[in-house]
Ligand binder design. Structure first.
Ligand SMILES: Nc1ncnc2c1ncn2[C@@H]1O[C@H](COP(=O)(O)OP(=O)(O)OP(=O)(O)O)[C@@H](O)[C@H]1O
Length: 289
């Protein structure tokens, strides 16, 4: 088991941050960690990286607790947007400092990424733009080739072109060297193609987890005449319905293996992860407190 969280609770200053959170990751893959602001994503990933303790429940990474466990921690790379190093260090110095921590570190790759993202080794961190600092952090995360790599919204300040490039590099490197990557993001649309699975949190609870392929099988968007759309929606869980002139569109979720084929008068359209995320979390508004 790569990650095993069982009934984890975490309270900070009297506020419950994680509530009975359980999540098992058995196989390598790129996992989206999604949830509204304050859902507990960062806290959960910090716990996995051994940076913070839980109040109750168990957390194992590669079979052991990550807390003060050098063996486990050498297999984890945690990349956050925050400033991790003294601002007067140079890019080259930072690279030298981090590399001994990661047994699978790939020096050729970091050299190529520094060049690709125009990060001169002699440049000090306090002379990098926000986007350049993020590109450096992400490059370190990719070059670490850590068996568990965690990216917590790592692209702050990167422009759309640079983000696209870094996603591409991440995916290419992952395809050649599969490992477990957790990627927390609010840019769901542009990252959807990276993900094999998704874990969603809301108000400190895990509210959904699924492989993307099976999500596409059991969540359908149909468009057509209102009665036909509503009849189809009755067969599953209606996540969203809207009218536009004479047409009605609905997003409906079915149980695994029970997705009915829409009748011929209905048009079926793909549902993006972002659309699903928005309407699913919305549908939980009253349920999850
Ligand atoms: N050190 C702290 N002191 C007090 N409250 C905290 C602390 N760290 C986190 N929290 C609270 O815990 C909750 C979860 O925060 P967390 O950063 O884990 O959420 P998140 O899902 O990563 O959010 P975002 O998408 O905005 O980054 C929030 O309500 C936050 O205010």
């Amino acid at each position: 088991m790569i990650i095993s969280c069982e009934n984890v609770t975490k309270t900070v200053k009297g506020e419950p941050i994680l509530k009975d959170f359980s999540w098992q990751v058995e196989s390598p893959g790129i996992y989206a960690v999604l949830g509204p602001n304050g859902a507990g994503k960062t806290t959960m990933m910090q716990i996995l990286a051994g940076l913070t303790l839980v109040d109750s429940g168990t957390v194992n990474v590669h079979g052991e607790s990550p807390i003060e466990n050098e063996q486990v921690l050498s297999n984890i790379c945690f990349i956050q947007e925050s400033d991790n190093f003294k601002p007067t260090l140079t890019v080259g110095e930072v690279v030298k400092i981090v590399q001994p921590f990661y047994p699978n570190w790939k020096q050729d790759l970091i050299e190529a990424l520094l060049e690709r993202f125009q990060l001169p080794k002699k440049r000090k961190l306090n002379q990098l733009s926000k986007g350049m600092a993020s590109a450096l952090n992400m490059s370190i995360g990719i070059a670490s080739r850590a068996p568990l790599t965690i990216f917590d919204e790592p692209y702050i300040g990167m422009d759309a072109g640079a983000r696209k490039q870094i996603y591409q590099v991440l995916l290419e490197d992952y395809m050649e060297h599969p490992r477990t990557i957790l990627f927390s993001t609010h840019f769901i649309d542009e990252t959807e193609n990276l993900f094999e699975s998704v874990c969603m949190l809301k108000s400190g609870r895990k509210v959904f987890e699924e492989k993307i392929s099976s999500l596409h099988e059991r969540v359908k968007r149909v468009r057509g005449e209102e009665q036909a759309v509503r009849a189809y929606a009755k067969l599953g869980q209606l996540l969203h319905i809207s009218d536009f002139f004479e047409e009605t569109t609905a997003i409906v979720m079915f149980s695994e293996g029970e997705t009915p084929t829409p009748s011929p008068e209905l048009q079926e359209e793909p549902v993006s992860l972002q659309d699903f995320y928005i309407h699913f979390t919305d549908s939980l508004k009253e349920e999850v407190q």
